[in-house]
Write a protein of this length. Structure first.
Length: 246
């Protein structure tokens, strides 16, 4: 999903970087579908006339939410982003969008039943404030579906042993240095499964489960191995964390 580092947190060049629609912002449809299935199971069927509200915070152009929507039939999916350009594109996919910053979401406390927070946290200067604000807008027992790249992915373990910069990590916004890949995506923070669990729990959530998802950027010959690694989230490419507001 698109990144939501807030304007007052980011330097102008960083904001321009995140506003660029050419910057890749998602780990692929497999992650989106796996995440949506987990959330659909957690929410259950929609009650006629009483849809539950799902916020896609950092919705970007809305394509990921549109991919998930068929699995969330009957529920109200609302895209939230601080980028006006992203929201303009998102409105072609989503009926409801809101412009807002993660430091102060323009929503009442306890107004959402679930939050999708996909491929966002790794881009934030202040993830603590972001989770606190997400917790505020969720109702008691509300669901948080968070996805982020895994610093401890199977190939990153091998790369570190070889003295190579891990995939997903970056030392510059202008070019790739010391790691595989060609695309700069602006990652500021990376998590291992243990760190992510502890961080989310410390923010006032109960972690329900952690699953893995593949990464579309893995070279084609290695993709079967990457899909196999999803069985063990500790070594999977992408982490899918389900938590509930305590």
């Amino acid at each position: 999903m698109t990144t939501t580092t807030t304007p007052n947190q980011a330097r102008p060049d960083l904001r321009d970087f995140y506003e660029n629609p050419a910057v890749p912002v998602a780990s692929g449809p497999s992650r989106t579908l796996r995440q949506a299935r987990i959330l659909a199971t957690a929410l259950g069927p929609a009650t006629p006339g009483h849809p539950r509200t799902v916020l896609d915070i950092g919705c970007g152009d809305g394509t990921a939410a549109a991919t998930a929507a068929p699995l969330l039939t009957g529920h109200r999916v609302v895209g939230v982003d601080w980028s006006q350009d992203a929201l303009t594109r998102a409105r072609t996919h989503l009926p409801y969008t809101i412009r807002g910053e993660l430091t102060a979401l323009p929503l009442h406390s306890g107004s959402a039943d679930a939050v999708l927070f996909s491929e966002v946290i790794e881009h934030l200067v202040d993830p603590d404030t972001a989770l606190a604000e997400i917790r505020r807008v969720l109702r008691p027992g509300g669901h948080l579906m968070l996805s982020t790249p895994n610093l401890a992915a199977w190939y990153n373990r091998a790369l570190l042993l070889a003295g190579v910069q891990p995939v997903f990590s970056e030392v510059s916004l202008r070019a790739i240095h010391g790691r595989p890949g060609k695309e700069v995506v602006g990652h500021l923070r990376l998590y291992t499964p243990r760190a992510l669990r502890e961080f989310v729990a410390a923010a006032g959530f109960t972690v329900v489960g952690l699953k893995g998802a593949p990464f579309h950027g893995v070279p084609r010959p290695l993709r079967p191995l990457d899909r196999l690694a999803c069985v063990r989230p500790q070594v999977a490419s992408i982490l899918l964390l389900h938590a509930r507001k305590t």
